[in-house]
Write a protein of this length. Structure first.
Length: 82
């Protein structure tokens, strides 16, 4: 079992930015493996919370933060890790 797990995020993350695209765009323009990864990230992004942000830097920061929190939550529920 994992004793310590560190999840990092960074501003201007291309994957988080791409995950904010409409699902139709992701499915039409991305390879299958990338589609799965982006859809997984998209699930953790709070679209309601992001929609209220007009500043692109604030939007980016919030999206990256939401993604990190979502990944931590997902990983802590994984019985194979924890």
């Amino acid at each position: 079992k994992v004793k310590v797990l560190l999840v990092l995020g960074h501003e201007l993350c291309g994957a988080v930015k791409a995950a904010q695209l409409p699902v139709e765009t992701i499915e039409k323009e991305m390879p299958a493996q990338l589609q799965e990864a982006l859809k997984s990230i998209k699930v953790g992004l709070s679209q309601d919370r992001l929609a209220g942000l007009n500043d692109s830097r604030a939007l980016d920061r919030e999206a990256v933060t939401r993604n990190v929190k979502s990944q931590v939550e997902r990983l802590t529920k994984d019985k194979g890790l924890m």
